[in-house]
Write a protein that binds this ligand. Structure first.
Ligand code: ADP
Length: 150
């Protein structure tokens, strides 16, 4: 079973995440969208809300599972028997950041990180920009999947 973990905060899931997950589907038998819980971080949406947004977005896609985890992503991958980590790349800053993490994970474990380049149409979207638009009462509906349009 070719299983990948797509880790992130998903506060909230955006059309950028959606694009990466959909395009990764043909590559894997199962993708676990894994919401990392960091008790030091303040979130706009609760863990339950973030999980529900993702579950509803992919309710017709049996190959996609949603989970939450605490601690190291690599440890979670072992627990669920995933050999791959999926990440999206938007720009050189993402690349530099991801490179260090992927090297570390590969150094410490045998996990491979699979990167997909964002679609040009969603490359500018980030959860933090979406949160900013929501906070300032802007129209964020075209930046996120339907279940997030609250
Ligand atoms: P984190 O808290 O680790 O930044 P995010 O939930 O923001 O997690 O992102 C999870 C993954 O989705 C990361 O690999 C990130 O690069 C990717 N991602 C976020 N936004 C986009 C986008 N617009 N296009 C492609 N990938 C994206």
């Amino acid at each position: 079973m070719r299983r990948a973990v797509f880790p992130g905060s998903f506060d909230p899931i955006t059309n950028g995440h959606y694009d990466i997950i959909k395009r990764a589907l043909p590559l894997f038998d199962e993708i676990i969208v894994a919401i990392g819980v960091n008790s030091d971080k303040k979130y706009m949406f609760s863990l339950e809300e973030r999980k529900r947004f993702i579950e509803e977005t992919f309710r017709n896609e049996p190959k996609i599972k949603v989970a939450t985890y605490e601690g190291l992503t690599t440890e979670f991958c072992f627990q669920v028997d995933a050999k791959f980590i999926l990440r999206g790349l938007r720009n050189p800053a993402d690349f530099e950041f991801e490179k260090a993490i992927a090297h570390t994970n590969r150094f410490l474990t045998k996990l491979e990180t699979v990167f997909l380049l964002t679609a040009a149409s969603t490359s500018f979207i980030s959860s933090s920009i979406v949160r900013d638009v929501i906070r300032n009462k802007g129209d964020y509906t075209r930046l996120v999947p339907q279940p997030v349009r609250i």
